[in-house]
Write a protein that binds this ligand. Structure first.
Ligand code: TYD
Length: 139
């Protein structure tokens, strides 16, 4: 099964333009405790390169495009986010990387927890160990 879980948002459009509403437990499957956005990304830059121990996120590319790669320790999948009407749900223990930002990209991320550096796994070998422990926890 692909690691890419996309949520398609309803677009309320009329002759004035378009509007999308994001609501916790409606189209976002968690309490939204934090919102951040990434923009003005310099050419050729990739970001992320970490996993989270306990965090759910939905990434929405509000403008432009970028590619997000997810890795669960067994497989990797990637997706081009290029529409404000699509959200990528990132849950569970997944290494994530963001690549190929267009110059105009504005990537908004909704998160289920406030920022907590201790929730990060920033080393890929530590991530692989965490996956192993999750699959065969010490009794
Ligand atoms: P960083 O984790 O390097 O971003 P990315 O995962 O996109 O590569 O975060 C960049 C800086 O922003 C770092 O100093 C931590 C800070 N930060 C916050 O203060 N709050 C947040 O919610 C996030 C995501 C980052």
């Amino acid at each position: 099964m692909s690691l890419i879980k996309l949520i398609t948002f309803d677009v309320h459009g009329d002759d004035r333009g378009s509007l999308i509403a994001l609501e916790q437990y409606q189209n976002i499957p968690f309490d939204i405790k934090r919102i951040y956005y990434i923009f003005d990304t310099k050419p050729g830059v990739a970001r992320g390169f970490h996993a989270h121990k306990n965090l759910q996120q939905v990434a929405v590319c509000l403008k432009g495009q970028c590619r997000i790669m997810l890795d669960d320790g067994q497989r990797t999948d990637d997706v081009l986010l290029d529409s404000p009407a699509k959200g990528l749900l990132i849950d569970g223990l997944k290494w994530r990387e963001m690549h190929d930002f267009s110059e105009d990209c504005v990537l908004m991320v909704l998160a289920s927890e406030v920022y907590d550096e201790s929730d990060y796994i920033r080393d890929y070998d530590d991530f692989k160990r965490a996956v192993k422990n999750e699959n065969s926890p010490v009794k």
